[in-house]
Design a protein around this ligand. Structure first.
Ligand SMILES: Nc1nc2c(ncn2[C@@H]2O[C@H](COP(=O)(O)OP(=O)(O)OP(=O)(O)O)[C@@H](O)[C@H]2O)c(=O)[nH]1
Ligand SMILES: [Mg+2]
Length: 355
């Protein structure tokens, strides 16, 4: 799972990236234009895994992770290919939008207007997609004059449709493509097709909004929204855990913004976690909702999928209620499930295999 952090210049992308990395992975914010993107991996906070770990006392606890890529600010109207190249391969985009007022930080658009900036940057992504489509269509058009080919014709028709869609000022993430189309789309790595999280970077005078972080106007398809106060979070990232909790409580907050952003990314992508537990390791694994037991086993190791027999399944909630695997076994709460069982968020799996 990989997410790209994009936005206009000096909106707080690197500040938020550093918060996500808890100040460990990257140096300070970009001074001016830096071409190299910042890349870092964060643990997905999960109180359930922490609890399991406290029960099983394993040698190792391994959280699910998300990789974030922080690119330089996008300048509107300029060819964005270079700046956007590092985020072509991500699964989701996080667009950091400036909502904080600060005279000492210049705003590339002259004034603070989050809705305008959201629209404009979406528009830039759409323009970049139109440019890639036109290039591809030109080449395809030439090829199609030489040879007749059903797959190429299908691709051409799809591109025509996508282009018309974009020209009606709608991003590709809102276009229905069907299962066939999804494969085609993947190859193109279109930017406006990627699920999008709008991250409003608010000022310390707007902290009231954090009390209702999910309050928002209607969201467009395949988008999410979250709020973060980059500056405050940067200060919080320096605090040890206990102090952080007190700090959050003082502000009436249950969760740090970084944690919310990671969770929102998860939700947007339809991702869930299942666990494996034991004395050696307690671990969270990431799958998309609906993944069956055999494919989930494959996430752990391909051999486990190839030699899959059954999955022994219980749920995290069962452990909190009954205390231990042994107790679950005695109560008959450990089920055996077959290949097709759709794994649920919070399931604890033990894969039985013949390998
Ligand atoms: N007042 C205030 N300043 C902030 C906030 N977030 C970031 N800044 C400041 O804004 C400036 C730019 O922050 P960065 O995080 O480097 O912004 P960026 O989006 O990565 O910038 P580029 O990579 O150059 O496009 C820095 O001086 C930050 O201290 C915030 O929430 N409030
Ligand atoms: Mg930056």
């Amino acid at each position: 799972m990989k997410a790209g952090i994009i936005g206009l210049p000096s909106v707080g992308k690197t500040t938020i990236f550093n918060v996500l990395m808890q100040g460990k992975a990257a140096a300070g914010p970009h001074a001016g234009r830096r071409l190299e993107p910042n890349v870092g991996i964060v643990k997905v906070p999960d109180a359930r895994l922490d609890f399991l770990s406290s029960k099983f006392n394993p040698e190792k606890t391994t959280h699910a992770t998300v990789e974030f890529v922080d690119v330089q600010g996008l300048v509107r109207g300029k060819g964005q290919d270079m700046a956007l190249a590092p985020v072509r391969t991500v699964d989701a985009l996080a667009h950091v939008v400036r909502a904080f007022q600060d005279e000492s930080v210049p705003h590339s658009e002259g004034s603070v207007d989050p809705d305008r900036d959201k629209r404009n940057l979406d528009y830039e992504l759409m323009l970049a997609d139109i440019a890639s489509i036109e290039k591809r269509m030109e080449r395809l058009g030439k090829d199609l004059k030489k040879v007749k080919s059903a797959p190429l014709e299908k691709e051409f028709a799809y591109l025509q449709r996508a282009k018309a869609w974009l020209e009606s000022e709608k991003p590709l993430r809102e276009m229905e493509v069907g299962e066939d189309g999804k494969k085609l789309v993947k190859g193109f790595a279109f930017l406006s097709e990627k699920p999008m999280i709008y991250v409003e970077n608010i000022g310390e005078d707007q902290l009231d909004r954090l009390r209702h972080p999910d309050a928002h106007t209607t969201l467009r398809p395949n988008t999410e929204q979250t709020i973060i106060c980059g500056k405050l979070e940067a200060e919080m990232a320096e605090l040890p855990d206990e102090e952080l909790k007190t700090f959050l409580a003082d502000y009436g907050l249950a969760q740090a913004g970084a944690e919310r952003l990671i969770r929102t990314t998860y939700r947007l992508l339809g991702l869930i976690s299942f666990f494996t537990v034991g004395e050696e390791e307690c671990r969270a694994w990431t799958i998309t909702r609906g993944t069956n037991a055999q494919n989930a086993a494959g996430v752990i190791h391909t051999d486990l999928a190839d030699h899959f027999i059954r999955a022994e399944v219980c749920h995290y909630e069962d452990i909190t209620r009954h205390g231990s695997m042994q107790a679950l076994k005695e109560k008959g709460l450990l089920r055996l499930e077959g290949k097709e069982y759709p794994v649920k968020d919070g399931d604890i799996l033990t894969i039985r295999h013949s390998g």
